[in-house]
Write a protein that binds this ligand. Structure first.
Ligand SMILES: Nc1ncnc2c1ncn2[C@@H]1O[C@H](COP(=O)(O)OP(=O)(O)OP(=O)(O)O)[C@@H](O)[C@H]1O
Length: 246
């Protein structure tokens, strides 16, 4: 992953043998006649441990790319290797298992199960991740503490939490399996600036401890100092329709 911003002095030199994401000749369009090509990425790699800030205009395909990396969408053409695994070569079921075991995802809309308690939301992620984490509840509590969440929230229904609290629970859920790759889509859009800064600090600290690779999509360029690389999707994507400058 070489698209560094020149001002970013913390950019890491990638070790070619340790790419955790490798894309070649990727083409994607949504199903249906006359759908435009959203992504045409000849090549892109991300090295282990990198923190990548992915930006681009609204509609440029950032969320689509995240969904492809997570194996939620499958490319029409080309190859996406995640941790050496060709993601499209897996059956849908195995892809789900692979995602649960190796990739933590925090989407804009959090996707917590509203009628389950916070703890059960987190337990469910651990169950699907098949990591058999001993002391799971204790680890959930530790993550809660690290994320600045009051431990009394853990027994509440997810739907009874504020947006900012749900955001942090979604991060705790994504981190419970200590995933090698953490994919985060616009997590700070609903947070005020104080909470946003605390949230970013915590995300980076936990990432350091867990040693994960972070792909983080945001329109908020004030956050870029937290990252090793800033990638404008337009620099790697040759398809460029349907974009709106926000
Ligand atoms: N399910 C879908 N079916 C058809 N087209 C879609 C679908 N989801 C997204 N698109 C289209 O694909 C393009 C890329 O959308 P995407 O959501 O990936 O962009 P984005 O860069 O994440 O935008 P934003 O910054 O607004 O979240 C857009 O033109 C969008 O309209």
């Amino acid at each position: 992953m070489y698209s560094d911003s020149p001002e970013n002095s913390t950019a890491r030199v990638p070790d070619p043998v340790s790419f955790v994401i490798k894309i070649s000749d990727l083409h994607f369009s949504y199903p249906g006649k006359r759908q435009p090509t959203v992504l045409n990425i000849p090549a892109w790699q991300v090295a282990r441990g990198d923190r990548v800030f992915l930006k681009g205009p609204s509609g440029s395909g950032k969320s689509t790319l995240l969904n492809l990396l997570a194996g939620i969408l499958v490319a029409n053409q080309g190859r996406i290797e995640i941790l050496g695994q060709d993601i499209a070569a897996l059956s849908a079921h195995k892809r789900d298992r692979f995602r649960a075991a190796h990739i933590g995802i925090v989407f804009q809309q959090f996707n917590l199960i509203p009628y389950l308690s916070v703890l059960d939301n987190i337990r469910l992620a651990a169950h699907f991740g098949k990591k058999h984490i001993t002391g799971l509840d204790l680890m959930a509590k530790q993550l809660f503490e690290a994320l600045g969440l009051d431990h009394t929230l853990i027994t509440k229904k997810a739907s009874n939490l504020s947006v900012g609290q749900q955001q942090r629970v979604a991060i705790a859920r994504a981190l419970i399996n200590a995933p090698e790759i953490l994919i985060v889509d616009e997590p700070t859009s609903a947070l005020d600036s104080d909470i946003r800064d605390a949230f970013m600090k915590i995300l980076m600290e936990i990432g350091q401890i867990q040693g994960n690779t972070l792909i983080f999509v945001s329109h908020d360029t004030a956050l870029t100092p937290h990252f090793h690389h800033v990638v404008n999707l337009a620099e790697i994507n040759l398809a460029g329709g349907n974009q709106y400058v926000s």
